[in-house]
Design a protein around this ligand. Structure first.
Ligand code: ADP
Length: 260
């Protein structure tokens, strides 16, 4: 336990450091990403070069993802709080994933006809959803189906009490794959920082810890169902915003009670 605590502390310092440069760093990455996407479009008739440009884009995504994972461990991290159109955000996430992951994975988006605004940080939410998509991809090496779905949900009091969720209206986002699934033993650990079943260099074990923390700091809930050999579904509940007025750059301690 002492060891684990030290590791988490170390990560927090990295997070603080990353926090200082993350914004500038992400701007740099977005520049490279934007130009690499233009290259991909322009190189239709040069498949080999087009593939190089695609790899540049994928690598930028991975770098941006790493920044997100490190940042989510920063206790002093500032979180934006603006009105986020989650359906537009999901559209963006799906288009990023379609551009970057294996074509043998079919990605579907089923959006509910509900009011879908939440208050929060769009880039954190986007990173969390991309993380879930990338994990699903890793669970479907031979291809498969990845579905993003939303529905309005008003969980009953028993559910809310059990999971410490304030009663109210939520947007429930489900991310579902028909990949490898997980054993109950793996499931027990997936939200722990550093837990990974992937080869060294292929996983940090921080992705789901970061997703969990992001959703919690948005006053939401993350749950998962998985069956070995059948697939996995992550459910995220985010409180629906009724007002609609944007609140700019509110400062919040995003880590309060993260792993409780
Ligand atoms: P990483 O992806 O770096 O391993 P994560 O925290 O994102 O770290 O995930 C932890 C572990 O949870 C993964 O190594 C994998 O074993 C398991 N996992 C996560 N998502 C899925 C999924 N969709 N299907 C099967 N296993 C998954």
């Amino acid at each position: 336990l002492e060891n684990e605590l030290n590791q988490v502390r170390k990560l927090e310092s990295i997070g603080l450091l990353a926090g200082g440069i993350a914004h500038d760093f992400n701007n740099l990455l977005n520049g490279i990403l934007g130009y690499s996407e233009m290259l991909v479009e322009d190189l239709e008739d040069r498949p080999e070069l087009q593939n190089y440009a695609r790899v540049i884009g994928q690598t930028c995504r991975r770098a941006a993802d790493l920044v997100y994972q490190l940042l989510s461990f920063s206790r002093k991290g500032k979180r934006k709080s603006v009105s986020v159109d989650l359906h537009a955000l999901l559209g963006e996430v799906v288009s990023i994933l379609r551009r970057t992951i294996d074509r043998r994975i079919e990605i579907k988006l089923n959006l509910a006809a509900v009011h879908h605004g939440v208050l929060g940080d769009p880039s954190q939410l986007e990173s969390a959803l991309i993380n879930l998509g990338v994990n699903a991809r890793d669970a479907m090496p031979g291809g498969g189906k990845l579905i993003f779905e939303t529905q309005e949900d008003e969980p009953d009091v028993t559910f809310c009490t059990k999971h410490g969720l304030p009663p109210g209206r939520y947007l429930k986002i489900s991310v579902c794959d028909d990949g490898s699934g997980m054993s109950p033993e793996t499931l027990d650990h997936i939200f722990e920082p550093f837990f990974t079943t992937k080869e060294p260099g292929h996983g940090t074990g921080l992705g789901l810890a970061a997703v969990f923390g992001t959703i919690k700091s948005h006053n939401g809930l993350t749950r998962v169902h998985s069956e070995l050999g059948r697939g996995t579904t992550f459910h995220l509940w985010l409180p629906l915003q009724d007002g609609g007025a944007a609140v700019e750059e509110e400062t919040a301690d995003t880590c309060a009670g993260r792993f409780s």
